[in-house]
Write a protein of this length. Structure first.
Length: 285
């Protein structure tokens, strides 16, 4: 994953662009009917059940819109919530609260849904040493929020983007002329460019795993679309040479079986691409 400074820069860009998109040259509804001097208070109300996520992000949004807004937090990121819970109060200029409202809700509803789904999968893996990984199957423009939500839910972030880890998949292998050629070319490229990032290679068969193992320098092997028996064979074959990851159509019914095959990680795009927003609202009081 990228550095904390890079990650924060991504969050800053999300906030700046989202406010630009939503507010434009002004929130004319609020500007027209609420005095600039009016002060107010609102609460973040939960109308659902799950894991709350995005509280820390909401504070950044409020601070960006108006540094004088004050937030009093009652429930923190990663905690379970139920219908009727109040996560925080925000107080200050009414116009500022309303300007930040939609971004806060949009972000927190989606982040909470992702955290809730991730926590569900993490619970299914209890008692095993396998960890759940996210993927790059994220909503364009808000990847940082979605990957943050996975961490809040107890999952592990895969690479952030194409630039912070090498992942040699089937198309790369075929275009490069084979596994050995793809890995060798990659290692030479990284050495020439003085780039220090890890290499993951996808395997489609046990034969491909044997070939990957014959070329040193691979950090993790992606055991893709294997059945349970072949996954066990793959894990035994790889041993301690490098880390292992299973992927490909794994769901809540099969995830435990794959974990019990002994893989280090299971990756799931469903953590971020197949969720329903948690129902939250921001109510003045």
């Amino acid at each position: 994953m990228i550095s904390e400074a890079q990650f924060q820069n991504e969050l800053d860009l999300i906030i700046k662009n989202a406010i630009r998109e939503d507010v434009g040259d002004g929130d004319h509804t609020s500007l027209s009917c609420i005095p600039a001097s009016a002060a107010g208070k609102a609460k973040l109300l939960v109308k659902d059940e799950g894991i709350i996520a995005g509280v820390a992000f909401a504070k950044q949004v409020f601070n960006y819109v108006d540094a004088n807004l004050k937030v009093e937090t009652f429930i923190n990121d990663g905690e379970k919530v139920k219908f009727g819970d109040v996560v925080f109060h925000v107080s200050g200029k009414s116009q500022s609260i309303l300007m930040a409202e939609r971004l806060v809700l949009n972000a927190m509803q989606r982040m909470s849904a992702i955290a809730t789904k991730t926590a569900f999968f993490v619970n299914l893996l209890k008692g095993t040493s396998t960890k759940i990984l996210d993927t790059r199957k994220t909503t364009p423009g808000i990847r940082a929020l979605e990957k943050w939500a996975v961490k809040i839910g107890g999952g592990v972030n895969h690479r952030f983007a194409l630039y912070d880890m090498v992942m040699i998949k089937d198309n790369h292998i075929d275009f490069a002329g084979g596994i050995t050629q793809a890995i060798t070319k990659t290692k030479n490229y990284l050495a020439e460019k003085n780039i220090d990032i890890k290499i993951i290679v996808e395997a489609r068969s046990l034969a491909e795993i044997k070939e990957i193992l014959s070329v040193p320098g691979v950090y993790r092997i992606l055991i893709d679309n294997f059945n349970f028996e072949d996954t066990k064979k793959a894990v035994a074959l790889i041993g301690d040479t490098c880390l292992t990851e299973s992927s490909g159509g794994i769901n809540e019914k099969t995830i435990r079986n794959y974990a019990e095959c002994g893989v280090d990680f299971i990756s799931s795009g469903a953590l971020t691409h197949s969720v329903y927003n948690l129902d939250l609202s921001l109510k003045a009081f």
